[in-house]
Design a protein around this ligand. Structure first.
Ligand SMILES: O=C(O)c1ccccc1N[C@@H]1O[C@H](COP(=O)(O)O)[C@@H](O)[C@H]1O
Length: 225
């Protein structure tokens, strides 16, 4: 699993089609967020996910921490991948792996000012049960852990990549302007962006998406040469 480009926060079919036509294959759907303010209805998300075929993938972005709940919801939605953004325990992650060997499991590593050791510990204890890790950036002002549009200390991401026996998707404030530098510095297996691809109307901007893909692909081909 290398050189994947994911776009998160798909809000409707038009936006999903724009991603697919641009060449994005992994679409992230944050659903049942603690805020209660999802950007897309479950019905609309399900209908988009149903129309995807490999190598396209719908990814549930979730704060659920109960293995059976995650498994059941993924079946309901028809997703083959889930990004676990909450504080799921090692025991529940192991249980989820055993329950659903078919599900692609991403575990988030939310980078704060001072939690590198804690994240390295998550890598060590969960690597056997996940398929990929994904970084993100904490916003200390709001307490938000995802889609903050903020970058973090890339030395921490690079250390997580070196430590992890599983591939890592880099996310957190990535834009068409910084994604290539992020790939050169961190050497992730994949990248992901949400707010950095939006225009002033809050929808994904076609030109930004195209530039993001171009820059990411160029950088991936250079680090893999
Ligand atoms: O995408 C979201 O809305 C979301 C909500 C809650 C948790 C995680 C979420 N998404 C992840 O956040 C990263 C980074 O976002 P940004 O590029 O900094 O805006 C995004 O790629 C999703 O993986």
């Amino acid at each position: 699993m290398k050189n994947i480009i994911q776009v998160a926060g798909i809000i409707d079919r038009e936006e999903a089609n724009l991603m697919l036509e641009s060449g994005i294959k992994w679409l992230g759907f944050p659903l049942r967020l603690p805020s209660g303010k999802d950007d897309i209805s479950e019905t609309d998300a399900m209908s988009i996910i149903k129309g995807l075929s490999e190598p396209q993938a719908g990814v549930l972005i979730s704060y659920m921490v109960d293995a059976e709940e995650v498994s059941g919801y993924c079946s309901e939605l028809g997703v083959k991948a889930v990004q676990l953004h909450g504080d799921i325990s090692v025991a529940e992650m192991k249980k989820l792996r055993e329950l659903r060997p078919d599900l692609f499991l991403l575990k988030s590593l939310v980078v704060k000012e001072d939690n590198a050791e804690e994240l390295l510990e998550i890598v060590d204890t969960m690597a056997d049960f996940v398929d990929m890790f994904i970084t993100d950036t904490f916003n200390p002002k709001t307490g938000a852990k995802g889609a903050t549009g903020l970058t973090h200390n890339w030395d921490v991401s690079a250390e997580l990549v070196r430590r992890s026996p599983k591939p890592l998707m880099m996310a957190g404030g990535l834009t068409p302007e910084n994604v290539a530098d992020a790939i050169y510095k961190v050497k992730p297996a994949a990248v992901d962006s949400h707010t950095g691809l939006e225009g002033s109307d809050g929808r994904k901007d076609a030109a930004k998406v195209k530039k993001f893909i171009r820059e990411a692909e160029k950088a991936f081909s250079e680090i893999n040469a």
